[in-house]
Design a protein around this ligand. Structure first.
Ligand code: BGC
Length: 762
């Protein structure tokens, strides 16, 4: 059956049962509303509960399937959405089962985790955050949406906007790092990208900001663990990127598996109902995480499936992902009067409206077109974008005596380490429909880049967890006539992501010893890191003269690494998260408080450690270039200003080296004295400085000067501020100004940076 026929059939059926809008009424929005209300009016309680249920049809589950204890598992024709089915043909088939097999022929929503690309795999989100480039993140999200929607996917569970300051937590790879300002800019951009303002309707994908909230604050960095977060930190840090996503129009919010201060997020009326919906005015869907409603029983806040359903529903969770609690309990909860039917209708309405926004009532199969799928997946355009994104995500951590870039005309180059030839690992975790065989490995990229006369030897050396350390003699033999050794070290692609917490963050297995053997040869060693989290790298930093952090860069890994290694591209990435020296320093982050006893070399009774420095190995914002940038002192438009005035900050940045290059100029602010303690610096701006000499300008206003007072109300307090502008959070390039009057701010502050708000939404 072709889809036009089916659409007509569905339309006819809707007319027959009296649900089609009356012709002659020319307010399309009214017609749409009437259509939804009439549909709700026709539904039984069971059909309504079904719309709020999501069936898991994926092959690999991300959690244990719940013990249903005799509860009937729903059929695809009984539910509102499905997780894990993709492909134009597959989605068409399953959609047919739902539309034709159900009484009211309501189409399904197909959801999938499109996290950093669908078929074309872009850098993992933590890597892409290193580009500090919101427009790039918007473009990769858009490209992912074009591919995924062509494969029948309507709804992604991205962007993941969890802040984390603990790299033991494996899911650090899915987010934008430690800073709420950077994360908010990227969250808003990704939401816009998935939606695609000007995109044809069939290329629009619903987005989900997750995991609301504080999931990244898991104690001990152990996934799914308890979060205990102060009111202030919750507001200033963890909630901020969610607020940005909501302000950018995100379609859905997913609560986390975690509890916050004693309440599991799937039952949190305070944070979901009162904060998200009432205070922020969020009108979209709240979709529970994988069996997260049922897990309220394990959390110990509900003793039965019915009690779990009631708690989650009262917290305004709309959709039960791969659970049976809603479908089996909600009708009884309505009949017994414990839940008013109007509340059920509210949740059902939100699901139906999402389907209507995508045009699924007009044509349930509009996203399932095999010809479009064939044309739009893994194109030269998406590959070029993946290469650009990968180039911009690479961070040059160290480059002693300008060892990099390497010449393409070396006589002999030895590449070492299993990751160099591991195509699967280039994709990282959550790689959508990415195929390893479509990915360029580092080894392949290097081979393609060098001149034909260059000899390349490859020493794989076991697996990263257990690299063989060949006898020194063997290494000496292979490297004796080499110009340089390139060691590709780090984690495999599946060592970060969900349920991938680690207690030690050094190079896994025997890789440090391997590196020792390599440096013992006396040959220059370049380390290329592949990893999904900050690692503790003092030993690497000590031994290797040059280190490139490449994270997991996706389909174009090898090309992008070679572009940077051989200098076709000058690296410009900056760390979106602090690299500790040792696990014992965690949590360590740039926006820390000063304390009453700030770290000091001379005072032994100051905040610090007996056995380790207190500073990070590589600070937030750090990233070198093959050229150098010289900063002049910031020039301020005023020394004194009232709370409602704006301040312009200008700084001249000069490329003082031999090559062209892009610098990410970062602006941090410190309020020197306030009624509550303030971080030693908070990021409040960043901008690219390409080319030779550039004057970079920033505008600061009351949103930037504001803090939360002792009652957590936004306030600008008079007093002095220091503004720092430089190439990392460790910069000392500063100027001071005074805000001469204060005020409480009535309007909700925007979490989206001002310049991003003002740029086109496309
Ligand atoms: C993860 C979510 C994901 C969901 C669906 C869960 O285990 O926590 O981030 O969206 O699975 O795959």
């Amino acid at each position: 059956m072709n889809h036009l026929f089916i659409a007509t059939l569905v339309g006819t059926l809707l007319v027959m049962i009296g649900l089609e809008p009356t012709s002659g009424d020319n307010d399309p929005d009214r017609n749409k509303r009437v259509f939804i209300e009439q549909l709700i009016g026709q539904m039984t309680l069971e059909e309504k509960a079904g719309q709020l249920t999501q069936l898991g049809m994926q092959l690999t589950a991300t959690g244990p399937m719940i013990d249903t204890k005799g509860l009937r598992l729903p059929d695809v024709a009984d539910v509102g959405s499905v997780l894990g089915v993709y492909g134009a043909e597959n989605t068409r088939k399953v959609q047919q089962q739902a539309v034709q097999g159900s009484r009211l022929h309501i189409p399904l929503l197909f959801s999938f985790d499109v996290i950093h690309g669908f078929r074309t795999v872009f850098p993992v989100p933590l890597a892409e955050a290193s580009a500090w480039d919101p427009d790039l993140s918007r473009r990769t999200a858009r490209a992912a949406a074009v591919e995924a929607t062509a494969a029948g996917v309507h709804w992604t569970y991205a962007p993941m906007v969890d802040i984390t300051r603990d790299p033991r937590w494996g899911r650090v790879v899915e987010g934008a790092g430690e800073d709420p300002f950077l994360a908010s800019a990227l969250a808003a951009s990704r939401v816009r990208g998935f939606r695609g303002e000007d995109a044809p309707n069939t290329e629009k994908m619903l987005s989900t900001a997750k995991h609301f909230v504080g999931y990244g604050a898991a104690e001990g960095g152990r996934d799914y663990n308890t979060s205990d977060i102060s009111e202030r930190t919750l507001e200033e840090v963890y909630l901020t990127p969610f607020r940005a996503a909501v302000q950018a129009g995100v379609d859905a919010i997913m609560p986390g598996f975690n509890e916050v201060n004693g309440t599991p997020m799937h039952a949190s009326q305070r944070l979901l109902k009162d904060k998200l919906r009432k205070e922020w005015g969020f009108q979209g869907l709240v979709v529970g995480d994988f069996a997260g409603i049922h897990e309220l029983i394990q959390h110990g806040v509900a003793s039965t499936s019915q009690a779990a359903a009631l708690r989650a529903f009262n917290a305004t969770v709309d959709v039960d992902m791969v659970g049976v609690d809603y479908v089996s309990q909600l009708p009884a909860l309505i009949r017994s009067g414990q839940v008013p039917e109007e509340r059920l209708n509210d949740a059902v309405r939100r699901v139906l409206l999402a389907k209507q926004r995508l045009g699924l009532f007009e044509d349930p199969y509009r996203y399932s077109d095999p010809a479009r799928e064939r044309a739009l997946l893994l194109t030269s355009h998406t590959r070029a974008l993946a290469r650009e994104a990968a180039q911009k995500s690479i961070v040059l951590l160290k480059n002693d005596r300008a060892l990099l870039p390497l010449s393409k005309n070396l006589r002999k180059l030895v590449v070492v380490g299993p990751l160099a030839n591991d195509a699967q690992s280039t994709l990282g975790p959550w790689y959508g429909d990415g195929h390893a065989e479509d990915s360029i490995t580092v080894l392949e990229g290097i081979k393609r880049a060098v001149s034909p006369a260059t000899e390349i030897n490859y020493l794989p050396m076991g697996s990263p967890e257990n690299s063989d350390i060949p006898v020194m003699k063997e290494i000496e033999q292979v490297t004796s006539d080499a110009d340089v050794i390139v060691a590709v070290l780090g984690e495999t692609g599946d060592m970060s992501g969900e349920a991938r917490s680690r207690t030690s963050l050094g190079l896994p297995g025997t890789q440090n010893a391997l590196l020792g053997e390599l440096t013992n040869t006396g040959k220059p060693v370049v380390v290329i890191l592949m990893n999904g989290r900050p690692l503790t790298l003092p030993a690497v930093d000590e031994q290797a003269p040059a280190i490139l952090e490449t994270w997991f860069l996706g389909s174009e890994t090898g090309h992008a690494v070679a572009d940077v290694l051989f200098g076709d591209i000058n690296p410009s990435g900056k760390l979106p998260i602090t690299f500790p020296r040792s696990v014992g320093q965690i949590p360590i982050y740039h926006a820390h408080k000063n304390t009453g006893r700030p770290p000091s070399i001379t005072n032994p009774y100051a905040s610090g450690y007996l056995d380790e420095q207190w500073t990070p190995l590589y600070p937030f914002g750090h990233g070198l270039s093959y050229t150098t940038f010289t900063y002049e002192t910031p020039i301020l438009s005023k020394q004194r200003l009232a709370f409602n005035e704006t301040l312009n900050v200008q700084v001249n940045v000069r490329n003082s080296g031999q090559r062209g290059g892009d610098e990410t100029v970062q602006l941090y602010l410190r309020q020197n004295v306030a009624s509550v303690t303030r971080p030693v610096r908070t990021l409040r701006g960043f901008s690219k400085a390409p080319g030779e000499t550039k004057t970079v300008g920033f505008t600061l206003d009351q949103d930037d000067f504001a803090s939360l007072d002792t009652d957590y109300l936004p306030v600008v307090e008079s007093g002095t501020f220091t503004v720092y502008v430089g190439g990392s959070s460790a910069t000392d390039n500063q100027a001071s100004f005074e805000v001469t009057s204060g005020t409480h701010l009535n309007e909700q502050r925007s979490a989206i940076p001002r310049w991003l708000r003002e740029t086109s939404l496309r």
